[in-house]
Design a protein around this ligand. Structure first.
Ligand SMILES: [Zn+2]
Length: 203
């Protein structure tokens, strides 16, 4: 495949945080296990035109990548629209968790019979994710309802009647709604200056 050419710097106004997985092996012996943003950048070269970040061409479609060891790496700047969630690329921050999981689709229903986020996300990744999600929620006044998984984007499209609704992905392979409920506690209403606490639930 040929490399996509020409800079594409889209403005971004974050209203959503979208969680993804890299769909690469969760096996610690796999060469894919230790990958991060540089490898994602290589993968995305064939698919996406780059943005220009401080003079450097960035093909990575996400704003952040969280490695298996919890290391946070930066892809696009938050000011630039990503290429990770068709329909809301200029209204969101995309975070990619390295890993795969094995959630399934049953028709248009996302189905995860396994251990939720723990099936494919390490505790080190979860720790980094929680800090990052909280920081972004506060920074952009994003409510918990707008922290979603890639697969939830298809529901948004249905609500907006943008396309014939068809859920095409399980990404990030866990229910982000379930994750937000278990990992964050609601401390008030959203949209009027109050955000969920980032204290872990008591139970
Ligand atoms: Zn995704």
């Amino acid at each position: 495949m040929s490399k996509k050419k020409g800079i594409l710097n889209l403005p971004n106004t974050p209203q959503y945080i979208v969680l993804h997985c890299s769909a690469t092996s969760d096996n610690p012996n796999s060469k894919w296990y230790g990958i991060g943003e540089p490898e994602i950048n290589e993968m995305h070269k064939a698919r996406f035109r780059p943005s220009c970040e401080n003079g450097i061409k960035v093909h990575t479609g996400y704003h952040y990548v969280i490695k298996k060891d919890g290391t946070l790496e930066v892809g696009k700047s938050e000011d630039h629209g990503g290429q990770h969630a068709s329909g809301i690329n200029t209204k969101s921050i995309g975070i990619c968790l390295i890993g795969k999981g094995d959630a399934k689709l049953k028709g248009n229903i996302f189905y995860d019979s396994t251990n939720g986020i723990d099936q494919n996300v390490t505790s080190a990744q979860k720790s980094t994710l929680k800090k990052l999600v909280h920081k972004l929620m506060v920074q952009y006044k994003i409510s918990s309802d707008n922290v979603i998984g890639h697969h939830d984007v298809y529901m948004l499209k249905r609500l907006a009647k943008l396309n014939n609704f068809k859920m095409l992905k399980t990404c990030p392979s866990f229910s982000v709604r379930q994750y937000m409920t278990s990992e964050f506690i609601k401390s008030g209403t959203y949209g009027d200056g109050e955000y969920m606490s980032y204290e872990r639930s008591a139970n």
